[in-house]
Design a binder for this molecule. Sequence first.
Ligand SMILES: NC(=O)c1ccc[n+]([C@@H]2O[C@H](COP(=O)([O-])OP(=O)(O)OC[C@H]3O[C@@H](n4cnc5c(N)ncnc54)[C@H](OP(=O)(O)O)[C@@H]3O)[C@@H](O)[C@H]2O)c1
Length: 305
Amino acid sequence: MKAIVVTDQAAGLAGMKLVERPEPQPSINDVIVQVYASGFVNTELDWPSTWTDRLDRDRTPSILGHELAGVVTALGYGTTGLSVGQRVFGLTDWYRDGTLAEYAAVEARNLAPLPGDVEFTVGASLPISGLTAWQGLLVHGRVLAGQSVIAHGAAGAVGSMVTQLARELGAYVIGTGRAADRRLALDFGAQEFVDLETDALEDVGEVDLVFDVIGGDTGKRSAGLIRAGGRLVSVVGPPEARPADGLAVDFVVESDRAQLNEIVQRVRDGRLRTNIGNVSTLDDAVAAFNRTERRKGKTIIRARA
Ligand SMILES: NC(=O)c1ccc[n+]([C@@H]2O[C@H](COP(=O)([O-])OP(=O)(O)OC[C@H]3O[C@@H](n4cnc5c(N)ncnc54)[C@H](OP(=O)(O)O)[C@@H]3O)[C@@H](O)[C@H]2O)c1
């Protein structure tokens, strides 16, 4: 099968290669998914799990991509809950070969049914950004109606989901980003926007929750904005500064079938809009990820026409 692999950590995105790889075999409780569409997060090249296995042994060449939408073509020993021919979507194990390929072996529990009226490209755009927003706001952030939330990077893949979900949950949302992101952030439902390059973040005043997808100086300054009892939730590593009288939480998104169902249901009924910036084919994917001009939103790779 065709797959996009990396072997050289120093090469960055330029080291991505489209190659032929053997089709994966299903292990216990796995399914094989014929990949119709796959997402990809650029920072994957910085994750240890891209390069080594759980025992820290080199696992290259590793196939990139950890979110997919496709059709089940085979079941492993003991696999229940999904059937051959079923449309599915989900988040795959960080340490296994990924989804920028024609087929992927995935533990069934990491997948949820993809309703027939949701396109594969849309399904593939939801797992990482949708689950991250869901878990950051509801599980780790414990956001409540009436609270105020700063959604950093509100025009980006995760931030646009955070903005929409936080609004649905009844929060007041202040989106942030670059000047050019203002309109998109407001379109996704932010009630205010802070241009991090020219506005003073501190002018926002105290908030109940900051959802940080940027880190660095922005993360540090965010800690000072958390109201007593509030939370700083980070998906870019442990916060460098902590709120004086609140909690700091950093986490890595986990697969959850019930949450995937909740997210896709919201896409179907229009409560949630996905943020796809570009759709490319597997053949063109390496060029799409190495493009010099920036595109907002997720790049989705279609493995099948
Ligand atoms: N821990 C987890 O489970 C988890 C899950 C998902 C994502 N993540 C991480 O979260 C981060 C965001 O992911 P994403 O997919 O949402 O990326 P994305 O689509 O690129 O969104 C990030 C947004 O923040 C903006 N931004 C970044 N730095 C900025 C700065 N200094 N000033 C103003 N705006 C800035 C970006 O603008 P530009 O494009 O113009 O820079 C973009 O709009 C990545 O680091 C990713 O690895 C972690």
